[in-house]
Design a protein around this ligand. Structure first.
Ligand code: JJW
Length: 474
């Protein structure tokens, strides 16, 4: 491969890796941390595979030096991590816990000493359980409690952190958690889902405003997960179904931020079931407060088709059927595409398409790819090496798609790969591995995989080699 065939990224491109608090920290009851909804959820039988919890996770709470050394070895320019609300404000609102903040302050110092920029997520799903006991995100007061917590973090770290993310993947915190029921708190209720989504968005907007009032240097944005859907056929029914599927998954969180309103068609379909977002005067303007960038988490996509769901299934108690009826849409894996070990279709074309869609629909905002990566569960071979060539192929193909999107004018500024470490993959526990670094959960030993070294070379050259993957469309 001659150097001239390398696909180069813009100068100063922000390469790095991402994690989140509950998935890696462990130390669940140390230094004043209170339980989060995930501590509670993981202890309920049947919620998480094998009954795994985040009690110990990767023990990153005690391993700042080791984790930062790995990032340094990788050549990361940025490390995206999240702050745990239950460490910083254990009672949800009120007293700030200096010990909890101190951990993040030491982490930020260690990163800066290694010349790695911290990118801080304020909410990555670990709501204090005590607030859930008062209704959690279903109640409006939680948005105000969030702003107070965020302000405590701004004041402690704002002198050193220049990139802030309010919410990670609000679709997961609202829909996956309250409509599908697979994540904490684990219920299935359309009205609760819309209330949670609205109060999350309100918390986002209020936090952006508080950030501006504090006149802190740096930038702030949100990191929704998006996917890409193609109509299964060119029938009008499938095209319409696909549009609704995207409204439900992507637009529900993006239209309010960029346009100040929810998607009309889905609003109407929810209303038919008696569900509506609890919008008060002025909320939508708060939610649409200008942000500095858009974080995007992209993993997969699917084909969407209009299902033949009888109306009586709308309240049948069968979650999948109910959802299909609500949306008038269901999805199938893109035919013929390989799946990763977690069962998600490998669809780099969708990454390109969704970036173009964001460019055109939302005025080409600055974008950071805050997550992208692949689940492959193979561990060390006899010689100790982790040959995760499939993860390399996945990431390579997505970097080629991202490169093409940049050439097509998308304003992509950086890419933090999910994840630095194998970690607690929510309802899948430790059974699903996304790390560039293998973690032995018995010994907590870290071992860089082949993909780690591959990614280090991408960062070093600020370029990806097209190779075999590039000779295929992606
Ligand atoms: C969708 C399942 C029915 C995490 C989903 C399930 C059923 C329509 C990975 N991103 O661990 C999306 N992750 O913490 C944040 N992202 O639907 C970080 N999205 O759907 C990673 C799971 C996810 C999902 C999982």
């Amino acid at each position: 491969m001659s150097a001239s065939t390398l696909l180069h990224f813009p100068a100063g491109f922000q390469w790095g890796a991402a994690t989140s608090a509950y998935q890696i920290e462990g130390a669940h009851d140390e230094d004043g941390r209170s339980p989060s909804i995930w501590d509670t959820f993981a202890r309920q039988p049947g919620r998480v595979l094998e009954g795994h919890t985040g009690d110990v996770a990767c023990d990153s709470y005690h391993r700042i030096e080791e984790d930062v050394a790995l990032l340094k070895q990788m050549g990361a320019k940025v490390y995206r991590f999240s702050v745990a609300w239950p460490r910083v404000v254990p009672s949800g609102r009120g007293a700030v816990n200096a010990k909890g903040l101190d951990y993040y302050s030491r982490l930020v110092d260690a990163l800066l000493a290694a010349d790695i920029q911290p990118m801080v997520t304020l909410y990555h799903w670990d709501l204090p359980q005590c607030l859930q006991d008062e209704g959690g995100w279903e109640v409006r007061e939680t948005a105000h409690a969030f702003v107070a917590y965020a302000e405590a973090v701004f004041k402690a770290l704002g002198d050193r952190v220049r990139q802030w993310i309010t919410l990670n993947e609000p679709w997961c915190s609202a829909n996956l958690s309250n409509q599908i029921g697979e994540h904490a708190p684990g219920q299935r209720n359309h009205q609760a889902t819309l209330a949670v989504a609205h109060h999350l968005l309100l918390a986002h907007g209020l936090t952006v405003r508080r950030f501006r009032e504090l006149k802190l240097p740096g930038e702030i944005g949100m990191a929704p997960n998006v996917d890409w859907r193609e109509p299964y056929s060119q029938s009008q029914a499938d095209i319409d179904a696909c549009r609704r599927g995207l409204e439900w998954f992507n637009n529900w969180y993006l239209d309010p931020i960029y346009f100040g309103h929810y998607p009309e068609e889905m609003l109407e379909r929810y209303a038919e079931l008696g569900a509506r977002p609890p919008v008060q005067d002025g909320d939508m303007a708060i939610i649409a407060s200008p942000t500095d960038f858009l974080g995007i988490n992209y993993y997969t996509g699917s084909y969407t088709l209009a299902p033949d769901v009888p109306p009586q299934l709308k309240r049948s108690g069968d979650a999948k059927a109910e959802l299909a009826a609500l949306l008038g849409a269901s999805t199938v894996d893109v035919p013929g595409f390989e799946l990763t070990d977690i069962g998600w279709a490998i669809y780099p074309e969708g990454f390109y398409r969704v970036l173009l869609w964001l460019r055109d629909r939302y005025g080409n905002p600055p974008v950071y790819i805050t997550e992208n990566g692949a689940c492959y569960n193979n561990g060390p071979d006899g010689d100790g090496r982790v040959r995760d060539n499939k993860r390399i192929a996945y990431c390579q193909r997505h970097l080629i798609a991202m490169h093409r999107a940049i050439r097509s004018g998308c304003n992509v500024r950086g890419y933090t790969l999910w994840s630095l470490l194998d970690n607690f993959e929510w309802a899948w526990g430790y059974t699903m591995r996304f790390g560039l670094v293998h973690v032995d959960f018995a010994t907590l030993e870290r071992r860089p995989k082949d993909s780690f070294h591959w990614f280090a070379s991408v960062i070093r050259r600020n370029a990806v080699e097209p190779g075999e993957a590039g000779r295929l469309a992606f």
